[in-house]
Design a protein around this ligand. Structure first.
Ligand code: G1P
Ligand code: ZN
Length: 538
């Protein structure tokens, strides 16, 4: 029943910031997904007889690759796979399952917040036994294997029925189809004060959660509506669809406009939130108040002890380098460690495993904690609800009080999407070359290409983004996206610290205007890319 199929390598199967992401049209070439999955297995050791967790965000092509992954896991000697009913698992839920059931690892089928459908994106990511994305050493080994692969193993079997929970067999391997939500919901209940949130709802508190036609629909309906008692209809776009119902499932102010228009005006619900394609990102808004992800991280950390799961305090806070320094001020006040890592969740794993950090976050709508080894959208939403329930203040009140206490880090990210990849590379090279000459001009006191020395395993990651640091604490950061699938995306991150509370009510773009102008001229963005303005501002 095990068949060995001859194959030849494909170019470009290098895992990016978060696994291998390509257009569906690329992934659906014969042998393409198989080559990558076999390369993952070939890079691993010691899994025969062990458990593999498999699930995806339900996007177009998910159901085909799920079957392939199960057949290949069986042919390569796994003893058991645990797969979410319907082939569904959110990324944080998959991370939790790997940890809870001591699986060898997991395969997550997702392209996160990228659009889905036949012309959209697909992705495959391997997570290790700690529940987190494969470390660079492993992704390098996987990539090396994709370049020399000559064959893959697969069993011949009809499609496995994934529509009902229970056990079945694929060859000699056990396939366990599980409720994708139950274990995750139990974990959330153990971390947060559900009774306090129920009291808040009884007192008239209202919210809207936008699942954007993606994976968090079933999770949010179960937890928010069934367990906590928010009225039915609180969750919008709650059915996972292969094309996300046409949504671009990226929870930011541009793509979650439907939610923003409901929550922001007077008379709207007290609280609004959204999550992305695979459920690891979060958007938090209150009436009249959008909470930047950087501020959200700082506020969650500052209020963590109001939540039962964090009542004993935090070991430390970690943030990615481009994320604003708002969290650093909280760490300083709490007298705990603060870590600055390169972009991408995989760098947090070591810090969480070593107990050095408890809460982590990125400016890209990602927040999470030691409860799993991925960022976690619904976790952030529930933590906010727990804090709102205990403080009995609105979102805007909590945010402005936080700024008064710590100062405000005005912050914005400007994305220039789908620019010519060659031009983007030249821009970065030229900027890198000009760094020494920039120091001492425009108030720039330091400039470098960020490198990170992992304090746990000693590994060094270089070329992680160009930083310009100004004398007043302001920063401009430039990096190229590692998750895009066409052309290049230039990300420019702009930040300025304002300690004076009387100046906290200025519009962000206005408060940052001089720095934004400088970010464009210093890097000659228009000359290199032909773009006078970014495509997305968050
Ligand atoms: C983007 C975000 C990054 C996040 C990643 C995966 O990566 O910027 O913070 O970890 O998606 O969700 P990028 O495209 O910038 O490489
Ligand atoms: Zn995601």
């Amino acid at each position: 029943m095990i068949r060995t199929i001859a194959t030849t390598p494909f170019d470009g199967q290098k895992p990016g910031t978060s696994g291998l992401r390509k257009k569906v049209t690329v992934f659906s070439q014969p042998h393409y997904a198989e080559n990558f999955i076999q390369s993952v297995f070939d890079a691993l050791e010691g899994f025969p007889g062990q458990t593999l967790v498999i699930g995806g965000d339900g996007r177009y092509y998910n159901s085909e690759v799920i079957q392939t992954a199960i057949r290949m896991a069986a042919a390569n000697g796994f003893g058991r796979v645990m797969v979410g009913r319907g082939g569904l698992l959110s990324t944080p839920a998959a991370s939790h399952l790997i940890r809870k059931y001591r699986a060898f690892g997991g395969i997550i089928l997702s392209a996160s917040h990228n659009p889905g459908g036949p012309d959209g994106d697909f992705g495959i990511k391997y997570n290790a036994a700690n529940g987190g994305p494969a470390p660079e050493k492993l992704t390098d080994a996987i990539f090396a294997r994709t370049r020399s692969i000559t064959q893959y193993n697969i069993i011949d079997t009809p499609d496995i029925d994934l529509s009902r929970t229970g056990e079945t067999k694929a060859g000699s391997m056990t396939v366990e189809v599980i409720d994708p939500v139950a274990d995750y919901a139990g974990l959330m209940q153990s971390l947060f004060d559900f009774d306090a949130i129920r009291d808040l709802i009884r007192a008239g508190f209202t919210m809207k959660f936008d699942a954007m036609g993606a994976i968090t629909g079933p999770y949010a309906r179960r937890i928010l509506e069934e367990m906590l008692g928010f009225p039915v209809g609180t969750v919008m776009n709650g059915t996972p669809l292969p094309d996300f119902g046409g949504h671009h499932p990226d929870p930011n102010l541009v793509h979650a406009k439907e939610l923003v228009d409901i929550v922001m005006p007077p008379g709207g619900p007290d609280f609004g939130a959204a999550s992305d394609g695979d459920g690891d990102r979060n958007l938090i808004i209150g009436r009249g108040m959008y909470v930047t992800p950087s501020d959200s991280l700082a506020i969650l950390a500052a209020n963590a002890t109001l939540c039962p799961g964090y009542a004993n305090g935090l070991a430390g806070i970690a943030r990615s380098m481009p994320t604003s320094a708002a969290a650093d001020r909280v760490a300083e006040k709490l007298n705990i460690a603060c870590f600055e890592t390169p972009t991408g969740w995989k760098f947090f794993g070591n810090l969480l495993d070593a107990g050095k950090a408890t809460i982590c976050g990125e400016e890209s709508f990602g927040t999470g904690s030691s409860h799993v080894r991925e960022k976690d959208g619904l976790w952030a939403v529930l933590m906010w609800l727990n804090i709102l329930a205990r403080r009995r203040q609105g979102v805007a009140q909590i945010v402005t009080a936080h700024w008064r206490e710590y100062g405000r880090n005005y912050y914005s990210r400007h994305d220039y999407e789908e620019v010519d990849a060659g031009a983007a590379g030249e821009l970065m090279d030229a900027l890198r070359g000009s760094l020494p000459a920039l120091i001492g001009r425009h108030g720039i006191t330091a400039a470098d290409d960020f490198a990170y020395d992992d304090p746990v395993d000693g590994s060094r990651s270089t070329g992680q983004g160009i930083r310009l640091m100004f004398e007043d604490g302001a920063r401009i950061v430039y990096r190229l996206s590692g998750t895009g699938t066409s052309g290049a995306t230039l990300r420019v991150y702009i930040e300025r610290y304002e300690p004076d509370a009387s100046r906290h009510a200025v519009d962000t773009q206005e408060a940052l205007a001089p720095l934004i102008a400088l970010s464009r001229s210093l890097a000659q963005i228009e000359q290199y890319t032909g773009r006078a303005a970014p495509t997305v501002i968050t």
